[in-house]
Design a binder for this molecule. Structure first.
Ligand code: PRP
Ligand code: ZN
Ligand code: MG
Length: 226
């Protein structure tokens, strides 16, 4: 078990799309930090709330392991790791507490421009490249589609041109990446945005009270932004 802590720890993305807005949101909640030199750990000054700056992929696991109490991460990443846990027979460990209204994107199937899309039934026997294998497998299973999932950690969009897959399942924001790779979006698997994630079992000590206060502040800030 993780050692007892009296300070709250929040994991956010170090670099990438959610990094800046996540920090801005927490600042708007009245948090401030003294930055450490390597900037991976920021010590909370206004409140005993510290920040851990990490890769977004690591955030659900840090919550599951009790290393962090909260995290700001895309629903896409949280759902993927949640689905992977279920598929591995593990108990749910984290969930989304609040949608945060930024970082909107969609997890979509995209096919080569020249395909004539007739619907999901067309996918039987195809190879689909993705960094979201668990969500994709659930989606295919729910439709009884027998397709091969090709897991790639990045550059998914070039897989059809390389011949390693027939189509892809990836995040779409502006759509520029798909267009640049002669792909077109055809089905949405998930509407995503940044969420505040926490453990399924939240602490019932001082950290729990701190967390409740932070959530109240957050609700005020997110409402004002709407
Ligand atoms: C996502 C996705 C695409 C791109 C789509 O990657 O994998 O590459 O964004 O955005 P667009 O529709 O605006 O072009 P991201 O930049 O999040 O980084 P990653 O692939 O390294 O995770
Ligand atoms: Zn990532
Ligand atoms: Mg990308």
């Amino acid at each position: 078990a993780a050692p007892a802590r009296d300070r709250l720890r929040i994991a956010i993305q170090k670099n990438g799309r959610l990094a800046e807005p996540a920090r801005a949101l927490l600042s708007a909640c009245g948090l401030s930090w003294r930055e450490s030199r390597d900037k991976l750990f920021c010590y909370g000054e206004s409140l005993p709330v510290d920040l851990l700056l990490v890769r977004d992929d690591d955030i659900p696991g840090l919550i599951a392991d009790g290393v962090c109490d909260l995290g700001i991460v895309g629903r896409n990443e949280l759902d993927e790791q949640g689905a992977a846990r279920v598929q591995a027979g593990l108990a749910p460990a984290f969930h989304a507490l609040r949608g945060l209204g930024f970082g909107q994107c969609r997890l979509m199937l995209a096919v080569p421009d020249e395909w004539e899309w007739q619907g999901p039934a067309q996918l039987s026997g195809t190879r689909i490249a993705t960094s979201y294998p668990a969500i994709l497998k659930d989606w295919l299973a729910a439709r009884a589609i027998d397709a091969q999932v090709v897991e790639l950690s990045g550059s998914v969009e070039i897989a059809p041109r390389l011949g390693t897959a027939d189509l892809i399942c990836d995040l779409v924001s502006s759509g520029a990446t798909l267009r640049a790779n002669q792909l077109k979006p055809v089905e949405t698997l998930l509407d995503s945005e940044a969420v505040l994630a926490g453990a399924v079992r939240s602490p019932d000590d001082a950290r729990g009270a701190l967390m409740a206060m932070l959530l109240r502040r957050l609700d005020g800030v997110v409402q004002v932004q709407d």
